[in-house]
Design a protein around this ligand. Structure first.
Ligand SMILES: *[C@@H]1O[C@H](CO)[C@@H](O)[C@H](O)[C@H]1NC(C)=O
Ligand SMILES: *[C@@H]1O[C@H](CO)[C@@H](O)[C@H](O)[C@H]1NC(C)=O
Ligand SMILES: *[C@@H]1O[C@H](CO)[C@@H](O)[C@H](O)[C@H]1NC(C)=O
Ligand SMILES: *[C@@H]1O[C@H](CO)[C@@H](O)[C@H](O)[C@H]1NC(C)=O
Ligand SMILES: *[C@@H]1O[C@H](CO)[C@@H](O)[C@H](O)[C@H]1NC(C)=O
Ligand SMILES: *[C@@H]1O[C@H](CO)[C@@H](O)[C@H](O)[C@H]1NC(C)=O
Ligand SMILES: *[C@@H]1O[C@H](CO)[C@@H](O)[C@H](O)[C@H]1NC(C)=O
Ligand SMILES: *[C@@H]1O[C@H](CO)[C@@H](O)[C@H](O)[C@H]1NC(C)=O
Ligand SMILES: *[C@@H]1O[C@H](CO)[C@@H](O)[C@H](O)[C@H]1NC(C)=O
Ligand SMILES: *[C@@H]1O[C@H](CO)[C@@H](O)[C@H](O)[C@H]1NC(C)=O
Length: 781
């Protein structure tokens, strides 16, 4: 108690101006730029409210009583930063919401009906019911990246590192308190075999928690009674001391100590999960290597590579030129191998030719156009494909990395792959001729359209960018582009990369920054939409911001032309990933597939409940889910159904969507609700679990229709028939997933769970009841 009084005095000396507000009542609100952007705890040590973060403001809990404003909890980590016009409200209905200037409202959490809220001195933010005794929600139950004294990480929960110290959205690492009793560190997008640290207590069973007490004791506790693993010994001074466990941006979790009687000093690290700053797998992203310089981690690109985004190293590196893979050297490019000594990475070996010396290993790679790098171990030469992951350069490693580097230079006569050059030159010439004529055509089109636009004074009211360049990649929302520009960057709509319900997708390369983009040319029926409505709709789509939605970069609305520009997804669609030929690419493993399902569910949840105007997608299917290079699933084509049907809640006569994925209410002319997406998600979940299409006529009759086969296996308790025999699948997990899918595809829309509930079920936080036969209603009709 004396301690508390001591630091209350000190803290209040420092904050005499701000007013502490222990109980937050309904109707209270906060604004980021006002004098009091937060609600303080009674001692003024902790604050709940707005804090600045890259690109705007976030809402969360931070330690206000120390100069290093340490964030300990963040709300809605994946939403776009709030603008300085945002208002945080504890509404009269007892919800916590953030209102944006455009009328957009975000619910910070699902709990409503709270009577009052309280920012407590423990750092816990609590919502109470009217009695003041029942806790409806508390931040201690939903840790983000930090544990405070008295807080626990429960079985099945995980902490996620932040993107950076100034951006608390979800970064690249995960600290998981597993239900097998093991505490494990993973790269967030990685699979189980990529864990880089663990307590190795996997036999401790399903009831193990990670705990921190007020003396800095960090430990694993089983059944709330048995100390099974002590990370720190604890017993540190408790007088005026604040301990917190933070899962840092670099993927290492550390115990910090703050001396509250001397707030001029920064916190100090008293324990860390690793002393090697390069330990976090994926810290430097793909094709980049981590090395230590003065005991700090340093990320550098492989020779011949450059950072995708120098401000976000975890995105990794790509070749510094636009050479396509499998490039054969020609008049303008030369290749050679560059050494990266003392290197180690996650191998992507596809061949081990006989090459006992480093020189022979180099030339083996040079002469194989599939080879991008090689690892020479002294005995073996292991040829590698890109991307290379988790590269570290450490002194005691004896392997030599050999990296293929393309240089633009005048060809040197002694090139080892001379014999290709002649063939290539001819091809080069043809391309040049085509290129030149295209460019002249482009110039002509530009000139003509320039004249026309000048004449019609298009410029006076339209801000159309003629330069699809860097602006695209800044956070400015989608921009309008002229048709001529899009024609140019797609090389006259030459390379078709996909065909969807709404149109054809072409690959384009932006000028200047040379980034690949996907340009979607919408079908004409969408063009009947007026220009103004189209632009309004694009703005709505453009404002959606979620890691599981593809990002709209720009659009074109010119005469009858309607085009959209999206970020380019390197791995194709979920359909390619799930059903592509096995030889070209291994199927994603079980844990990767589960993660994809969770990703997709999060994306749909955002569309339904978290974005400005709820969006019903109407066409969720594997072809509309795209995979980025990190295996993160992103939903595409959302919002377009709305262009066809202005009022989405209306009863619709025309079926939108794809056979096999459309919910029964489309056929019955019942009102279309968000539940149609839940239905489609259920089917996609089955596609993901079983890695197969909805209908496969090559299979026996009872197996041909996926959802029927799944239900049959479920009833017969033979679920393992659904997955490959050699796959290592936990039967109980599979059963959970199947049950969720069966709930989603219930014939009766009201029986289907909301997307929020689906996410909770997928994450294992709510119990999944036994689902009825999905068609039980059908048989009555
Ligand atoms: C904030 O509101 C003002 C006045 O309503 C407006 O001019 C400004 O553009 C808004 N800023 C943002 C970032 O929305
Ligand atoms: C907060 O409200 C509850 C319930 O009305 C009350 O019991 C408690 O004393 C209040 N606390 C403070 C510090 O005002
Ligand atoms: C976990 O431990 C708590 C506290 O001892 C106990 O109430 C609970 O039943 C246990 N759960 C399991 C699954 O063992
Ligand atoms: C923990 O609790 C579970 C269920 O209550 C029990 O089966 C298990 O034996 C307990 N473990 C220990 C070590 O007490
Ligand atoms: C862990 O800490 C607890 C509590 O201080 C102690 O009883 C236990 O012996 C410790 N275990 C080990 C392995 O040090
Ligand atoms: C905390 O700071 C005070 C004041 O500078 C100092 O006297 C005290 O020794 C410090 N405590 C610890 C544990 O370092
Ligand atoms: C405390 O940390 C901040 C930023 O992290 C730094 O600028 C400052 O120099 C540090 N102060 C001390 C006394 O180390
Ligand atoms: C790429 O990097 C290599 C090696 O660092 C360099 O020789 C080459 O000129 C670079 N190419 C381009 C297009 O910048
Ligand atoms: C290099 O050193 C690290 C830490 O000292 C050790 O974990 C690792 O096994 C060593 N690697 C080799 C190849 O000896
Ligand atoms: C060509 O390569 C040889 C050896 O590889 C080198 O000696 C010579 O200087 C190079 N010539 C040019 C023009 O780069």
């Amino acid at each position: 108690m004396a301690n508390l009084i001591a630091f209350v005095t000190i803290i209040s000396l420092a904050f005499t101006t701000a007013k502490a507000q222990s109980n937050v009542t309904r109707g209270s609100s906060l604004q980021p730029t006002s004098a009091n952007p937060s609600w303080l705890s009674p001692s003024r040590l902790y604050a709940f409210g707005f804090y600045p973060q890259t690109g705007g403001y976030a809402v969360g809990i931070y330690i206000a009583g120390i100069p290093e404003r340490t964030v300990v909890w963040t709300a809605s980590r994946n939403t776009l930063p709030f603008s300085n016009n945002a208002t945080l409200r504890f509404t009269t209905g007892g919800r916590l919401t953030v209102d944006q200037s455009q009328g957009q409202q975000i619910n910070l959490f699902d709990t409503g009906g709270a009577s009052f809220a309280s920012m407590q001195d423990s750092g816990n933010f609590v919502l109470y019911d009217s009695t003041g005794r029942t806790v409806l929600w508390q931040s201690f139950d939903h840790p983000t990246e930090t544990l405070l004294a008295g807080q626990r990480l429960l079985p099945g929960q995980a902490l996620f590192s932040s993107v950076s110290e100034t951006d608390h959205s979800i970064g690249v690492f995960m600290l998981s308190m597993q239900t097998d009793g093991n505490l494990v560190l993973y790269p967030n997008r990685g699979t189980d075999d990529r864990a880089y640290w663990a307590t190795n207590t996997p036999s401790a069973g399903p009831n193990v928690t990670l705990n921190l007490d007020s003396s800095g004791f960090l430990y694993l506790l089983q059944n709330s009674t048995n100390f099974i693993y002590n990370l720190t010994q604890g017993g540190y001074p408790t007088k005026d001391a604040l301990y917190l466990m933070k899962f840092d941006v670099d993927g290492i979790f550390r115990l910090y100590y703050h001396n509250l009687s001397n707030i001029g000093t920064n916190g100090s690290v008293i324990w860390a999960s690793s002393s090697n700053k390069c330990a976090g797998k994926g810290l430097c992203g793909i094709n980049a290597y981590c090395s230590l310089l003065n005991n700090a981690a340093r990320c550098q690109c492989l020779p011949g590579f450059e950072f995708v985004n120098p401000g976000l190293l975890s995105l990794g590196c790509r070749r510094n030129d636009t050479i396509e893979s499998c490039k054969i050297p020609d008049a303008d490019t030369a290749i050679h191998m560059t050494n990266l000594n003392n290197a180690r990475w996650e191998e992507t070996t596809y061949a081990i030719p006989i090459a006992p010396t480093q020189e022979e290993c180099s030339s083996a790679c040079l002469n194989d156009c599939n080879c991008e790098a090689a690892l020479f171990t002294g005995q073996e030469c292991r040829l590698q494909r890109l991307p290379l992951r988790y590269i570290v350069v450490i002194d005691n490693e004896s392997n030599v990395g050999l990296i293929k580097v393309y240089t633009s230079s005048v060809r040197n006569g002694s090139n080892p792959t001379n014999h290709f050059i002649h063939v290539k030159k001819v091809r080069q010439k043809k391309i040049m001729i085509i290129g030149v004529s295209l460019i002249s055509l482009g110039v002509l089109v530009l000139l003509i359209s320039g004249v026309i636009m000048y004449r019609t004074k298009v410029w006076a009211y339209k801000k159309i960018s003629e330069n699809l360049n860097v602006q695209l990649f800044e956070e400015m929302g989608p921009q309008a582009f002229s048709f001529a520009v899009l024609e140019k960057i797609t090389d006259g709509f030459r390379e078709e990369v996909g065909r969807g319900t709404f149109g054809i997708v072409y690959k384009g390369i932006t000028e200047g920054s040379m980034r690949p983009v996907a340009v979607k040319k919408l079908k004409e029926e969408l063009a009947q939409e007026g220009e103004r409505e189209f632009q309004t709709e694009m703005k709505v789509i453009g404002r959606t911001h979620h890691r599981n939605l593809t990002k709209l970069l720009g659009y074109c609305c010119e005469g009858p032309e309607r085009l959209l520009i999206f970020e380019y997804m390197t791995q194709g669609s979920l359909a390619d990933v799930l059903y592509g030929p096995k030889e070209s690419k291994p199927k994603p493993c079980w844990t990767e597939r589960i993660r994809m399902a969770v990703d997709i569910a999060h994306g749909i949840l955002y569309l339904h409940e978290e974005c400005e105007n709820p969006i019903i997608h109407c066409d969720i299917k594997p072809q509309n889910i795209l995979m980025d290079e990190y295996g993160c699933a992103k939903i595409s084509d959302f919002g377009l159904a709305k262009l066809l049907e202005h009022d989405q809640t209306n009863t619709s006569t025309l079926i939108r969507g794809t056979r096999g994925y459309v919910a029964p209410e489309w056929h019955k002319r019942l009102p279309i609700t968000v539940k149609v997406d839940v239905y489609s998600f259920g089917i996609v979940l089955f596609n993901i679990l079983c890695c197969r299409r909805n209908v496969d006529n090559s299979l026996p009759d009872n197996e041909a229709i996926l959802e029927e086969w799944v239900y049959e296996c479920y009833e017969a308790d033979e679920l393992l028939k659904l997955v490959d025999y050699d796959e290592d699948v936990e039967k109980s997990k599979l059963e959970q997933m199947v049950k969720i899918g069966l709930w989603c595809i219930q014939e009766e829309p009201t029986l289907r769970p909301s997307m929020k509930r689906v996410v909770l079920m997928l994450e294992g936080t709510v119990k999944i009841p036994v689902p009825p036969n999905p068609n039980s209603f059908l048989s009555v009709v």
